[in-house]
Design a protein around this ligand. Structure first.
Ligand SMILES: CC(C)(COP(=O)(O)OP(=O)(O)OC[C@H]1O[C@@H](n2cnc3c(N)ncnc32)[C@H](O)[C@@H]1OP(=O)(O)O)[C@@H](O)C(=O)NCCC(=O)NCCS
Length: 304
């Protein structure tokens, strides 16, 4: 049986770097230390251990840009190859990359590992610089999709995501992505890694921002649904934090919680909207946000 593990302690990290050197540097005669680089401090590292607790596979991921995750240092112990361990490393790193908010994963793959990456859906996009003197490489890429994501009216959701990116750039830095819209439920997700505090949980200010944007997004979609238009602003809000977020930040707004006077908008009156956003860590409810927004008609004269 194999288990995925995140090396955390100094001892675990030493064991992991030693494995990286043995698999990826020693065969080419490179000295101890050559297995490390400056991206290690900003990367997420994972190892696969066997039933004895020995490392049999490893890999690392870091972000090149908010959208692009770089996979590196994937290796499997020789006597464990072709048993699916490499695939397990890759799946794990792809999940971490998605949690970081990445849309695609790239790898500068050795010629000998191209079939391995291709079997997992990666495509060659270019030549990559030669490494370790003679090792030829190809730049490979895979688009990461959320299989459980469900988007009705995907063009509205794309417009909303683009609006956030253009008008509220912090949403990109927080890795906030629309996950689901069903006309009744709107769900967003954020990257934990991009919003982590020194206690290893999600920063409370980020939770508030995630909830605010989720409420804002639900109103944006309701306006689309009703073929209405207006500028959405937050009037007042309260949030109650019950538990920390340490795994997967999610925010869900259900249509049942939305109370609005949308009929005011065609009369050029500003429309009040109140709603509830539930914040979850994976499946556990951790915070409640109650927001009172206004939708301002796009006209100079606003009748109140
Ligand atoms: C590349 C590597 C990580 C693959 O690990 P692995 O555990 O053997 O891979 P998996 O068993 O998960 O293989 C999954 C699929 O990839 C493909 N694949 C893996 N190794 C392959 C090889 N040597 N030749 C052709 N296809 C291969 C196969 O389709 C395989 O499925 P199958 O066994 O059902 O046919 C491993 O060979 C390794 O550590 N190589 C040395 C280091 C290295 O090159 N790392 C990549 C750095 S860019």
């Amino acid at each position: 049986m194999f288990v995925v593990h995140k090396p955390d302690s100094e001892e675990e990290l030493e064991e992991y770097f030693d494995f990286r050197w043995l698999q990826l540097r020693k065969p080419w005669g490179y000295p101890v230390g050559s297995e490390k680089d400056e991206y290690d401090v900003v990367s997420e590292h994972r190892v696969i251990k066997d039933h004895n607790g020995d490392i049999v596979g490893c890999g690392r991921v870091h972000l090149n840009t908010p959208e692009e995750a770089q996979l590196r240092h994937i290796a499997v112990r020789e006597d464990y190859r072709r048993k699916g361990v490499g695939q397990m490393v890759l799946n794990t790193l792809e999940i971490v990359a998605k949690d970081m908010g990445a849309e695609r994963a790239v790898s500068s793959s050795r010629e000998a590992s191209i079939s391995f990456f291709e079997s997992a859906g990666f495509k060659i996009i270019d030549d990559a610089p030669v490494e370790l003197g003679t090792v030829q490489r190809k730049q490979m890429c895979k688009y990461l999709c959320n299989h459980d994501a469900l988007l009705l009216h995907s063009s509205w959701c794309d417009e909303l995501q683009d609006t956030w990116m253009e008008q509220i750039p912090i949403s990109g830095h927080m890795g906030i992505k629309i996950h689901k819209y069903t006309e009744r439920t709107f769900e967003t997700r954020a990257s934990l890694i991009k919003n982590i505090n020194l206690h290893g949980s999600m920063f409370a200010g980020s939770i508030y921002s995630l909830a605010t944007l989720t409420g804002w997004g639900m109103i944006f979609l309701q306006l689309k649904q009703k073929q209405l238009d207006g500028d959405i602003v937050l009037g007042e809000a309260s949030i109650h934090y019950n538990k920390p977020i340490t795994a997967k930040p999610r925010a869900v707004c259900n249509i049942e919680s939305v109370e609005a006077k949308f009929e005011y908008l065609p009369k050029l009156r500003k429309c009040p909207v109140s709603l509830h956003v539930e914040i979850l860590d994976n499946e556990t409810s951790v915070a409640d946000f109650y927001g009172k927004y206004w939708v301002l008609p796009r006209s100079k004269k606003v009748a109140v």
